[in-house]
Design a protein around this ligand. Structure first.
Ligand SMILES: [Zn+2]
Length: 126
């Protein structure tokens, strides 16, 4: 066994973290296959543009506006259900409405108010 074999054996035993570090610090050029540093946007060997590769998860899109919108939709839904539940006698519905429905629709409305306020607050403080 000569020195070259020993060196190869050593290089075979990469821990996961060192392998990850190698992947993060160097990547392959898509055109010539040679390693390119991460901070370089052009391959030093063939001068082709190397696209940026993101290894981590994609950043979460801003969803504060959708929270406000969802809060208002919950409020409207709660109001409609509450209106139907309270006026069920005069609306001549073919079915009876449980009295707990008006209580639950109030909770839905208040939940919508809370969600809309939270969305607005998150939007203002962000
Ligand atoms: Zn290249």
């Amino acid at each position: 066994m000569n020195e070259q074999d020993v060196l190869c054996e050593e290089h075979k035993i990469w821990t996961v973290s060192s392998l990850q570090q190698r992947i993060e610090s160097r990547r392959q050029c898509a055109y010539c296959g040679k390693p390119v540093a991460v901070n370089q946007s052009h391959c030093p060997h063939c001068r082709e543009v190397v696209p940026k590769v993101r290894l981590g998860p994609a950043p979460m899109p801003a969803s504060k506006g959708s929270q406000v919108r969802r809060g208002f939709l919950y409020m409207i839904l709660g109001l409609v259900i509450h209106y139907v539940a309270v006026r069920s006698d005069s609306l001549n519905l073919p079915f009876s409405i449980n009295p707990t429905v008006s209580y639950l629709s109030t909770m839905l409305f208040l939940g919508g108010v809370g969600l809309a306020l939270y969305g607005l607050l998150a939007k203002v403080t962000a």
